[in-house]
Design a protein. Structure first.
Lengths: 275, 119
């Protein structure tokens, strides 16, 4: 196998634009050389940003490295490029399983099965999803057993933000009256402060909207706040719902805004599904 | 543009000289009354001040409850512009109304300087 790595590396060195990086990255991944696989996948992705397989490979490596938030983004991107990409569908199913959203996981597996009806791994994972049983699954692209997660994390609040970092301690979705729709919030000491924060934020969405309107600024799109010990970002994902993202001060405000946008997409999807 | 009393006027100048800033205000954080203002015509200073103070109060309580600490700076983004606010040590809010493409980092710095000058 080492020879394969050498041969593929040589081939890639000869022709850096070659798609051989996909095989090399996957091989390194299977060998557990995750840093090397990461470099190969990222370089390949830079050369082929519109190739769904490149995003899929990069997502697999990220998932191996337990960077599930970015893996989610990469698989999501792969699906935007190629809506029937089986690898991405299976990958997202894996992540949904991880956060306990069996329904979404099953939906993604069903979509994968429509594209690849003869894939026994998908059928097996789908059967497990429908049965709600824990166990091993060949459909899981990442190193962890796909179906082991549902029983471990069946949190209702995690479902809104499936696959996103901080789903249980740094993301909160509220209705206009301050009722929690999803997510949860913990303070730096680990205490659950979800209800208190939700109560104080009741009506903020409407007030921000009124302020923007009064100033002739159109609709409000976000509210970033800088505290002594952390940063917060509020977004109206749809209607008058309010999404709060909180992170420590080390996370730059710009990065927080990006995280908030991702969480808002998930929240919007969830809200639409509930409608 | 409406004018501010001398002294406060110089503080507000720090903010309004930034390109893209349409106006600035000093607002009493506890009751939402305008202390001083330099606003473009057409902006309803007292109403904006009241809403800004109310938002600041809610945010402060929410951030403190979340363990983030007292809010130092906040930035309301909208389709056609932004409202940027820094709280001075005395509780006075230094408020800027800006165009959407304003240099937020620069406005923040000037707001912090203005807040320091206000005390």
């Amino acid at each position: 196998m080492a020879d394969d790595v050498k041969a593929l590396s040589a081939e890639l060195a000869q022709d850096p634009d070659s798609l051989v990086f996909l095989r090399l990255g996957e091989l390194l991944r299977h060998k557990g050389q995750l840093d090397a696989a990461h470099r190969v996948a990222l370089t390949g992705l830079e050369r082929h940003p519109h190739l769904a397989d490149a995003h899929d490979l990069y997502a697999r490596v990220l998932a191996d490295k337990h960077d599930f938030e970015r893996a989610f983004d990469e698989w999501d991107m792969a699906l935007r490029i190629a809506p029937d990409h089986v690898g991405a569908l299976k990958g997202l199913a894996f992540l949904y399983f991880k956060v306990g959203d069996v329904q979404q996981a099953a939906a993604h597996l069903a979509a994968a099965q429509r594209v690849a009806p003869d894939d026994p791994g998908i059928a097996q994972a789908l059967a497990l999803a429908h049965g709600g049983e824990a166990g091993q699954s060949a459909a899981a692209p990442a190193p962890e057993p796909m179906a082991a997660a549902p029983a471990a994390q069946p949190l209702e609040e995690a479902r809104v933000f499936a696959g996103l970092e901080g789903a249980e301690e740094g993301l909160l979705l509220l209705d206009p009256s301050g009722r929690v729709l999803g997510g949860a919030l913990k303070d730096p000491a680990g205490r659950d402060v979800t209800d208190a924060v939700a109560a104080y934020l009741a009506g903020v969405s409407q007030e921000a909207g009124r302020t923007a309107k009064l100033l002739g600024l159109g609709s409000w799109t976000g509210l970033a706040a800088e505290g002594q010990h952390g940063h917060a970002h509020l977004t109206p994902p749809s209607g008058s719902a309010l999404l709060l993202v909180v992170r420590e001060r080390a996370v730059p405000m710009g990065r927080l805004a990006i995280m908030a946008q991702r969480a808002a997409v998930a929240a919007r999807r969830w809200l639409e599904a509930q409608a | 543009m409406t004018t501010a009393p001398a002294g406060f006027g110089r503080v507000l100048d720090l903010v309004t000289r930034v390109r893209g800033v349409r106006g600035a205000m000093l607002v009493a954080g506890d009751d939402g009354l305008v202390v001083a203002e330099q606003l473009m015509e057409g902006i309803k200073g007292p109403a904006v001040a009241a809403l800004a103070a109310s938002l600041a109060s809610r945010l402060r309580r929410a951030l403190e409850a979340a363990g983030v600490g007292a809010g130092q700076f906040w930035h309301l983004q909208a389709e056609k512009g932004a409202l940027l606010v820094v709280t001075a040590a005395s509780g006075i809010l230094v408020v800027a109304v800006a165009e959407p493409d304003v240099n937020v980092g620069l406005v923040r710095l000037e707001l912090l300087r203005a807040a320091e000058a206000v005390g």
